[in-house]
Structures are given as C-alpha cells and as structure tokens.
Write a protein that binds this ligand. Structure first.
Ligand SMILES: [Zn+2]
Ligand SMILES: [Zn+2]
Length: 340
C-alpha cells in the first residue's frame, strides 16, 4: 500500500508527531483530497490538548484545508478528480435531522463531523471527507491563500454579514490578529464605516492599509467612549481572545447594536442588563460556515482583493508552526504546505 505523511496527536496534551500511514480510500459518499495547504487555527488546541468532549486518539488536527480531489467514492456527483476544493470546520452532517432540514448543517444533531476533531483533518498529505463538506476553490486563489479563508475567513465574513449592519453603518473590529486582520478587510469591502480596535499605537498605519477609517488604541483610549463619540457601533466583531476586552467595548454599541462574538476567550464577558435593554442592544455568537458560505467567502475575496496574510511552514515543521501560532506572534495566519 502506498504511504503518506500525517502529523498526529496520540493523546490529550501529547506532542504533534509525524507518522507514516497508509493512504486512505474514500467510501461511499466520500472523496479523497490531496492536501496542498492547511491553515493552523487556534481551535486546533481542542485536538492537541483534548479539550473537545469525547475526542478519540490518535487524531490528525486541521480544519482549514485546501487541496485537489484525488479519488471519489460512490455517489459523489458532481465532484471529480482534479477539482480544487476546500474543507473547513464543517466536515459533514446527517442531512435528515431538524437542524439539517433547516440548512443549519453545522448544528447537526445526529452526526456532526468536525474536521480534525471527529475525523482526521488537514495536517497530512491526504484527507478523506464526505463530499457534502466540500467547497469549490476558484482558480484565482492559490491553496495557501484559500486555506485560512476556510475557517478564519468564512467565520469573520459570515459574522459581519449576519450582524444586522448595512453599508454605511459604523462597524468596529475588536482585535487585529488572525481573525481581525480579515475582519477589517471584509468590513471595509462590505461598505461599512470601519473602525479597528487593538492595543498599541504601532498598529495604526497597518490597519488603515487594511481599510479601517479609524483606529482606536485601547491602551491609550477608552474604546467604548470613542465609539460612542463616533455615533455608536451598529456592530462590533469581537475577535479578541479576552472576555475583559469584549466587556470593555460593549458600551460602544449604538442603538440596536450587536456584539458578534467569534473569538473564544476563557474568561467571561460581563454585561449590564440595563445596557442591553436601554438601546435594544444584543450579544450574539457566530460559528464558522457551511460549504456554500465558504464558496461565497472565496468568491468575495477574489472580487475584492481581500487576502489572509500568511506565514507558510512545510508539513514536517508542523510542531514548530503550531507553536508559532500559539505564541500569538504570527503575522497573521500560519499555513502548512505539503510540497509537490
Ligand atoms: Zn478554526
Ligand atoms: Zn443532521
């Protein structure tokens, strides 16, 4: 049997280790994808540290996959070998539960499949996935460009599109890291009056280049007061991994404003009920997207020039690449490449 490289975690908290495995064959309804690139996401910590309930080991992490269909199982029309495809957090669903019948595939109640958690993900040369998890990658995007858009990109893009804000509205992006640097670009290209909030004066020229009209340095200014002075935000995309930072901006929501939470801090948000009531304000979460949402994200990126800024690492340096992501110093997404 031909072999491939896979980077697996063999126990909760264990190291990322390169192993040789047999190249898997796709079953009915599945395809095999030759992985070209895989973005490393902070949520890979769930696999690495065993934080997801019921996760089984060994497991290959990775849910920002870009590659080429390499083999198809039975019943996977219209996919064929050679198709360029991406796979994100959504790695499959049952198709018949109430959530699926409403199109909420991510919240499937019967057989939700999360790439890199319930099934092996993209830290390997070949991945097998249900055909329903595939999104088409347009020609204009390279695999390295497409991979981080399969989770970081689709999450931030869809959260903004579901924030209730309309073109011209004041929209703030809290945090300018892996998620936020995409959030600022989407917000600007969607026609929002875009504000970026981060720590430190040094980020200002960069966020303006990404499309922000206003930069708020939360170390020197009170973001809630500044947003209020600007008229109040219709939406704030909260990408920071700090509940305290999210709490700090809530007062900057305008009437009808909504905090869209996509970052996952460990500390809680604290909110005054009066703040919510006295202005019809709300707090909402947003989880990733369906394959069709990913396709729309990629298409919008092609049309508008939005790109993730990436630090590529070859697969055999996956452990180093993961540490780089965890350090918080990456500018801005770390992407594994498999080589030809
Ligand atoms: Zn992710
Ligand atoms: Zn279902």
């Amino acid at each position: 049997m031909p072999k491939m490289r896979a980077v697996q975690v063999s126990r909760a908290g264990g190291p990322l280790e390169m192993v040789e495995r047999e190249i898997p064959a796709p079953g009915p309804g599945q395809v095999r994808v030759r992985v070209e690139a895989n973005g490393i996401c902070h949520s890979d910590v769930l696999t690495k540290e065993g934080l997801w309930p019921g996760i089984q080991y060994p497991r290959v992490p990775g849910h920002e996959i870009a590659g080429v269909v390499d083999a198809v199982g039975e019943g996977v029309a219209p996919w064929k070998p050679g198709d360029r495809v991406g796979i994100g957090w959504h790695g499959g669903h049952c198709g018949y539960c109430d959530s699926c019948r409403r199109g909420d595939f991510l919240f499937c109640k019967v057989r939700p499949l999360i790439s890199g958690i319930d099934a092996d993900g993209g830290y390997e040369d070949y991945v097998v996935a249900p055909a329903v998890a595939l999104a088409r990658i347009p020609e204009a995007l390279s695999a390295v460009e497409a991979a981080p858009l399969m989770d970081a990109g689709v999450t931030t893009f869809m959260a903004l599109r579901h924030s209730g804000a309309r073109p011209g509205d004041l929209v703030a992006v809290l945090g300018v890291g892996g998620l936020g640097h995409l959030g600022v670009q989407w917000a600007s290209k969607l026609g929002f009056d875009t504000v970026a909030i981060a720590r430190g004066a040094d980020k200002e020229p960069f966020v303006r280049k990404l499309g922000a009209r206003v930069y708020i340095d939360s170390e020197a200014q009170d973001p809630a007061a500044e947003l209020t002075r600007l008229g109040g935000a219709r939406a704030i995309l909260a990408t920071a991994t700090s509940g305290a930072a999210m709490t700090q901006v809530l007062g900057g929501l305008g009437v009808g404003g909504r905090l869209m939470v996509v970052g996952a801090p460990l500390d809680p948000l604290q909110v005054s009920a009066l703040l919510l009531i006295g202005g019809n304000r709300s707090i909402a979460g947003w989880a990733s997207g369906r394959p069709i949402d990913s396709e729309e994200t990629l298409a919008f990126a092609v049309r508008t020039g939005v790109r993730s800024m990436n630090e590529p690492f070859p697969l055999d340096r996956a452990a180093e690449a993961y540490d780089r992501m965890m350090s918080g110093k990456a500018r801005f997404r770390v992407v594994l490449t498999m080589g030809a």
